[in-house]
Design a protein around this ligand. Structure first.
Ligand code: PLP
Length: 458
C-alpha cells in the first residue's frame, strides 16, 4: 500500500476532554512536533547526532496547496517537479491526490513508478537526456519527454522513436530567482526548423512546453510564453502535427503572489487555448507544493562574542577591535556569532543555489519553548535587542546563513532555532561536506483531515 510506515506523531494530544470538531491548528501541530523532539534532548549527555537538525513536514499544507491550485488553475493538471523535494511521503500524498510527476532522471522516474503510478502520469522533462535513461524509459512505458535541439531529436529517433515529444521553447526568465533559459529552450526562430526535422525523422511531436524560470515574479512572462506557444502550435500544424498538450512548466511561488500569477496565466490560456480547443493543459510546479510544508529546526552548537572574532590585520589601525565593537554594539550590548549544526553545504543549500534568505526564529531558549510567540521573532529594528550573525558548521567562511538579525533574547549554546518554508531545493541539494550528515529526520504531521484520510493516517 502507499501508506506503509505512515503514522502521525501526535495522536489525540489536542483533544482536551472530548471531541474537538476543528482539531489542532497547523501551527499547533508543527509546534508540538518541534517541542516534543527538542525537549527530550539533554545537550550535556546526548549521543552524537541526537541534537542533529530535523524537519517537521505538515502534509496538510501540501493538500491545501493542491486545493488552491485547483481553485486558481482548474484546467491545468499539475505534474509535480520531483527534483524540488523527492520526499517519499510528499510524493505518496501527491500520487493519492492524482497529480502527475515531472522527472529529470532515471532515479526520479524509478521512485515514481515504484509507487504504482501509471507511466502516462510522468513527463521526463529534461531536454538533454542521458542515452541509457532514454532506453530505460522506452522499456518502462514512460513516453512523454521534452526536447529543444536537433541533436536530441536524432538521439530520440535512434533510441525511442515512439516517444511523445514536447518542444520546449525559450522564455523571458529575467524576473525569476533561478534562470533556466541560458541553458534550455528553443528560440522562436529555431522552432520551425526543429519541427521540420522531427517530421523528417518520423517523430511524434505532441505538445509544447516552457518554463519561465524557477521562482518567477513577473506574470507577464507567462502571457508571453503562452503567446509564443500558440505560434508554435500553428507552425506544427503546417507539418501535420496535431499537438494536443501545452505544458506551462513551473516557477509558481507558494506565497501570495500565486493568485496574481495564476490569474494572468488563466486568462492567457483562456484566450489562446480555450476549453473548446480540446488542448490538454499541464504544468510542472515544484516549490509551489513543497516550500511551505517544511519547517527546519537547528541547534546552536557554539557562540562567540563579536570581540572574539578574528580581526583582519591592519597596518594602520591598532584599534580595529574597538572599531568593530563600536559598529556592532551602539548601545554597549554584546553581539554574537552563532554557529548552528546545518548550513550552506547542508539544508541551507537553498541560499546558494536557490537564492533564498531563510529567516531564523527562536524555538527554544534557556529551556523555554517560544515557537510561534512574539518572543520567537527576530526584531526588524536596526538597534533594538541583541545582534547576531548565524553560521553553519563547516570550516568554510562562505557558510553563513544570516549576516545580521536581532532578537530581544540572549541566545546561547544548546538553544534551538527554527526556519519556516524550508521544503524547496533544500534537503535535495545538501552535501556531506566536512562529514556532516545530509540524512535528517522528517517528522510528519497532517493538519488536514482530507489528506489524512487519503494516506490512512489516524
Ligand atoms: N520543470 C523544469 C523543467 C525545471 O527545470 C524546474 C526547476 O528547475 C521545475 C519544473 C520546477 O520549477 P519550480 O520549482 O520553480 O516550480
Amino acid at each position: 500500500s502507499t501508506n506503509s510506515g505512515f503514522h502521525e506523531h501526535h495522536d489525540n494530544h489536542h483533544h482536551h476532554g472530548g471531541q474537538d470538531p476543528v482539531g489542532p491548528s497547523a501551527k499547533e501541530l508543527i509546534g508540538n512536533a518541534l517541542h516534543q523532539r527538542v525537549e527530550k534532548i539533554d545537550h550535556e549527555f546526548c549521543e552524537p547526532g541526537d541534537e542533529d537538525t530535523f524537519f517537521v513536514a505538515d502534509l496538510g499544507e501540501v493538500y491545501r496547496q493542491h486545493l488552491r491550485w485547483k481553485l486558481n488553475l482548474p484546467r491545468v493538471k499539475p505534474f509535480y517537479a520531483v527534483k524540488c523535494n523527492p520526499d517519499q511521503k510528499l510524493l505518496e500524498l501527491l500520487a493519492a491526490l492524482g497529480t502527475g510527476f515531472d522527472c529529470a532522471s532515471k532515479a526520479e522516474i524509478e521512485q515514481v513508478l515504484r509507487m504504482g503510478v501509471d507511466p502516462s502520469r510522468i513527463i521526463y522533462a529534461q531536454p538533454c537526456k542521458t542515452n541509457s535513461y532514454v532506453r530505460y524509459v522506452a522499456s518502462h512505458g514512460v513516453r512523454q519527454m521534452t526536447f529543444d535541439n536537433a541533436d536530441e531529436l536524432r538521439k530520440i529517433a535512434r533510441l525511442f522513436p515512439d516517444a511523445e515529444l514536447f518542444l520546449r521553447i525559450l522564455t523571458d526568465d529575467s524576473s525569476s530567482l533561478c534562470r533556466l533559459s541560458l541553458k534550455f529552450g528553443a528560440s522562436l526562430d529555431s522552432t520551425d526548423g526543429l519541427l521540420a526535422l522531427a517530421h523528417e525523422l518520423g517523430l511524434n511531436v505532441v505538445g509544447v512546453s516552457f518554463h519561465v524560470g524557477s521562482g518567477a515574479s513577473d506574470p507577464g512572462a507567462f502571457l508571453k510564453a503562452v503567446q509564443d506557444a500558440h505560434v508554435v502550435f500553428q507552425q506544427a500544424a503546417a507539418y501535420g502535427f496535431h499537438l494536443k498538450t501545452l505544458d506551462v512548466g513551473g516557477g509558481f511561488c507558494s506565497d501570495d503572489t500565486f493568485e496574481e500569477m495564476a490569474g494572468v496565466l488563466r486568462a492567457a490560456l483562456d484566450d489562446y487555448f480555450p476549453a473548446h480547443s480540446g488542448i490538454n493543459l499541464i504544468a510542472e510546479p515544484g516549490r509551489y507544493y513543497a516550500s511551505s510544508a517544511y519547517t527546519l529546526a537547528c541547534n546552536i552548537i557554539a557562540r562567540r562574542t563579536i570581540a572574539d572574532m578574528p580581526q583582519p590585520i591592519s597596518e594602520s589601525n591598532g584599534g580595529a577591535v574597538m572599531a568593530i565593537n563600536d559598529r556592532h554594539t551602539p548601545s554597549g550590548d554584546a553581539s554574537y556569532m552563532l554557529y548552528v549544526n546545518d548550513g550552506l553545504y547542508g539544508n541551507f543549500s537553498s541560499i546558494m543555489f536557490d537564492h533564498q534568505n531563510p529567516v531564523a526564529k527562536a524555538l527554544r531558549v534557556g529551556g523555554r519553548t517560544l515557537y510561534d510567540t512574539p518572543a520567537a521573532e527576530g526584531l526588524s529594528s536596526p538597534t533594538g535587542g541583541v545582534e547576531y550573525s548565524i553560521w553553519g558548521p563547516t570550516c568554510d567562511g562562505i557558510d553563513r546563513i544570516t549576516q545580521s538579525i536581532r532578537f530581544s533574547l540572549v541566545l546561547d549554546v544548546g538553544d534551538w532555532l527554527y526556519f519556516e518554508d524550508m521544503g524547496a531545493y533544500t534537503k535535495c541539494s545538501a552535501t556531506t561536506f566536512n562529514g556532516f550528515s545530509n540524512e535528517h529526520d522528517v517528522i510528519y504531521v497532517c493538519s488536514e483531515p482530507g489528506a489524512k484520510a487519503l494516506l490512512g493516517m489516524h
